[in-house]
Design a binder for this molecule. Structure first.
Ligand code: KG4
Ligand code: ZN
Length: 360
């Protein structure tokens, strides 16, 4: 089954074609992402109305480009998957409207996909994919969550952030040190400078929030205040900025690693899956690789470009569910808020309109 995937939940327009007849990475026939970063940069964050309008401009050309790269036409598409939520409602509506109309015109099924399920399943697009049960860490700009994945579609929340998401903490911390939006990758690049002369990687040590008490929840909002105070009291030189960035990155990475190890212990599993934008962070990848290897397990990440928002993860997650017989009715679905634990399991997925796929 060849599924066209469409992602427009925030500031990236993503389109891809996934073919279930070809497993793993080979199934990804083509994918393209158009990032709106330059558009929003001067405002220091995403402006929802501008995001929606840019999706309107970019989505159809991107669909044509992706189909051409796959050597396909719309007539070859057997189903359409789109991000139905969570996200910015205006941005979601653009993708949902186009996807639903296209499916109706082609007389093929359509399915609204949960954005975070897309992220969570992205590591399975790679070769040698992990099979449930496993533990999943979702670390994006809006979410920091640990799930016990009992089966595809059966997600038990183990812990989540009580305030800022990990990506949000990266972005806010970068902003207060004067780095441009989106700060996460910029802050990580700056932290890497600390390893090189004349930086001092160990010069700043920030707390690892909520690691000294039991539980799998996170809290990252206090960390940016610690960084702000350190930055204010410093000489604000380039070298100090790199050292503080490094101290912050180490604190987030270490906190995530401690909780992931705890989650593996709680779930009595040894396979960890990591997804979402912060999963592209090199130091996090290395630290989790070392932690799982020491336990005799493994960690699976998507390739870095499939960590951040993309159409491939939506095409893939949608393809799994469509191939299992799940379909939506003719509704255009856009859910700004939507709990992933309310999704139906893959095996029991209904034939008509996503049972359990309701806004919570
Ligand atoms: O998953 P994503 O593309 O969008 C959401 O669904 O939120 O995640 C974006 C987040 C942003 O906060 C961004 O700063 C962060 O992921 N991010 C990173 C890195 N690359 C992206 N954070 C730390 N290190 C990175 N290399
Ligand atoms: Zn995302």
């Amino acid at each position: 089954m060849r599924v066209l995937g469409i992602e427009t939940s925030c500031d990236e327009t993503g389109v891809a074609v996934y073919d279930t007849a070809l497993a793993g990475a080979a199934g990804l026939r083509a994918q393209a992402v158009y990032s709106q970063i330059a558009l929003h940069a001067e405002y220091g964050g995403v402006v929802p109305e501008l995001a929606s309008r840019d999706h309107v401009r970019k989505l159809l050309p991107l669909i044509r480009q992706t189909l051409a790269e796959a050597g396909l036409t719309v007539a070859d598409i057997d189903g359409v998957a789109y991000t139905a939520g969570p996200g910015l409602v205006g941005a979601l509506l653009v993708g949902a409207g186009v996807a639903r109309s296209l499916a109706w015109a082609l007389d093929v099924p359509a399915l609204g996909v949960h954005h975070m399920e897309g992220h969570l399943l992205a590591p399975l697009i790679e070769d040698d994919p992990p099979e449930p049960p496993f533990v999943a860490l979702l670390v994006s700009g809006g979410h920091t969550q640990l799930f016990a994945v009992e089966a595809i579609g059966r997600y038990r929340l183990l812990g989540e952030t009580l305030d800022d998401a990990a990506g949000e903490a990266f972005d806010k911390t970068a902003k207060l040190m004067g780095l441009p939006y989106p700060g996460g990758p910029q802050l990580a690049a700056l932290a890497a400078q600390s390893d090189k002369e004349p930086g001092q990687p160990g010069a700043y040590r920030f707390p690892r929030p909520m690691t000294n008490r039991p539980g799998l929840d996170f809290s990252f909002s206090g960390l940016k205040t610690q960084v702000l105070l350190a930055w204010r009291d410093s000489d604000q030189s380039e070298r100090t900025r790199a050292d503080i960035a490094r101290g912050f990155e180490d604190a987030v990475v270490e906190t995530l690693a401690v909780k992931c190890e705890r989650a593996l212990e709680a779930a009595a599993g040894e396979v960890l899956v990591v997804a979402g934008g912060v999963g592209a962070n090199r130091r996090l990848r290395a630290r989790l690789q070392a932690m799982t290897a020491a336990r005799g397990g493994r960690v699976c990440f998507p390739r870095p470009e499939l960590c951040t928002d993309n159409g491939a993860m939506i095409a893939f997650a949608g393809a799994l569910r469509l191939a299992a017989g799940q379909r939506d009715d003719a509704t255009v679905r856009a859910l700004p808020r939507w709990e992933m634990a309310s999704l139906p399991p893959l095996a029991a997925a209904g034939r008509e309109s996503g049972m359990g796929n309701r806004e919570s």
